[in-house]
Design a protein around this ligand. Structure first.
Ligand SMILES: Nc1nc2c(ncn2[C@@H]2O[C@H](COP(=O)(O)OP(=O)(O)OP(=O)(O)O)[C@@H](O)[C@H]2O)c(=O)[nH]1
Ligand SMILES: [Mg+2]
Length: 382
């Protein structure tokens, strides 16, 4: 086999994945989480060249993995031309610093990878502000590590530890000030969004929410005939998008909102920063929880999405669960009779979905059905 190309000749980084198997955690689950980390790495622009799992009673406070395992990895990484090592759980600043010392390559934890993806994806000013805020909140407790590197580099020319402290304090002040500024900016954006929501026509809002890659944007396109960006990548959508659609041939108009996807171990800074985007879900009259029923771990994804929605304060009574990607289910696979099965790709089940949304809205009295004549005959509403 050819030797791997050196970093300078590659456009994508080589990533090596590391996960822990804690007591009571089945092997398949650790694998599955690493598979998801691999998908995240791919989306963040890295090719996975290898992975390792270590069984431990608990993460090591100094190195996350054991010292022996770390030494073994350090010996293995150069042969794979690894540029970065990704850890499936969040690392403390100390763990990350110690790991970088041993492994001699940058180390990024799961939150860091998700942040990188969000940074690549953020387009609107709102999304960019939200991501930057999340990044700074993420970096703040890790500043000591950065300065640690710097002080080691310049240590040989007589910089004393005391000056390092001063620099650290100064960096912290700069970050804290910037965080405060971004928070104020987001408050303004928030206020504008709230005004927009208030000034919208009194149409009911149906938000599509769920695990990343479940098919929310594809379904949104189907329901609104819009060309929203849908892609087989994690976190294709970062901005909540709101567009008119109709519930039946008689043109019962509603607003559909497409939202950012959820993922397990979603960094809480990100959730907090995306609060104004996620408010679209919280304030919707109805939340359609889109589940990729063809995914081998759909039940876990459903649970994660439910947990995130609960933490946002979404009322479970206002949630309609929908199994998407029904076209991928084998003919022999049993279907749950009480759950709507749809396919955003083939269009299967969409009529039933529209009808059910309408029934739920009426039942919740969010949308007393307007007389047909009163509705504007807008084109493209069928
Ligand atoms: N086979 C099949 N594929 C689907 C279906 N719905 C969506 N997909 C595919 O699933 C992938 C993800 O779809 P998106 O609509 O981008 O998913 P999303 O939930 O918006 O994802 P994020 O914005 O990343 O959270 C795309 O490749 C879609 O073509 C479906 O019903 N059947
Ligand atoms: Mg999307």
């Amino acid at each position: 086999m050819d030797a791997p190309a050196p970093t300078a000749q590659r456009t994508r980084r080589h990533a090596f994945l590391v996960g822990l198997a804690l007591p009571g955690q089945p092997g398949w689950q650790v694998r599955e989480h690493l598979d998801e980390l691999a998908a995240l790495a791919d989306t963040a622009g890295a090719d996975v060249v290898g992975s390792a799992v270590q069984a431990r009673p608990a993460p090591d406070p100094r190195l996350y993995i054991g010292a022996g395992k770390a030494a073994e990895l350090a010996a293995r990484l150069p042969g794979l031309a690894v540029d970065v090592v990704l850890f499936d759980d969040d690392l403390t600043g100390t763990q990350a610093k110690n790991l970088e010392d041993v492994l001699k390559v940058p180390v990024i934890d799961r939150s860091g990878v998700i942040l990188e993806i969000f940074e690549r994806r953020a387009r609107s000013r709102e999304a960019r502000t939200q991501v930057e805020l999340a990044r700074l909140n993420y970096e703040l407790p890790r500043l000591a590590r950065k300065w640690g590197h710097l002080s080691r580099q310049v240590g040989g020319i007589g910089v004393r530890g005391g000056e390092g402290e001063t620099q650290l304090e100064a960096d912290r002040r700069v970050l804290t000030r910037r965080i405060a500024k971004l928070r104020r900016e987001l408050e303004h954006i928030d206020e504008r969004r709230r005004r927009q929501r208030r000034s919208r026509t009194a149409l009911p809002v149906v938000a599509l929410a769920g695990y990343t890659n479940a098919g929310k944007s594809t379904l949104f396109n189907r329901l609104t005939r819009d060309g929203t960006f849908a892609e087989d990548r994690l976190f294709a959508t970062l901005d909540a998008r709101v567009r008119r659609g109709a519930l039946d041939a008689e043109r019962w108009p509603v607003l559909f909102a497409d939202t950012v996807g959820f993922i397990r171990k979603l960094p809480h800074h990100l959730v907090a920063s995306f609060r104004s985007t996620l408010d679209e879900v919280v304030e919707a009259d109805l939340v359609v929880h889109v589940i990729d029923r063809s995914h081998p771990r759909w039940e876990e994804q459903q649970r994660v999405a439910e947990e995130v929605m609960a933490s946002l304060g979404v009322d479970p009574e206002r949630v309609l669960v929908v199994f998407n990607k029904a076209d991928r289910l084998g003919p022999g696979e049993p279907r749950q009779p009480d759950v709507l099965h749809v396919s955003a790709v083939t269009g299967e089940g969409l009529g039933a979905l529209r009808a059910t949304i309408g029934e739920r809205l009426v039942r919740q009295r969010a949308a007393p059905r307007p007389p047909f004549e009163a509705l504007p005959g807008r084109p493209g509403f069928a």
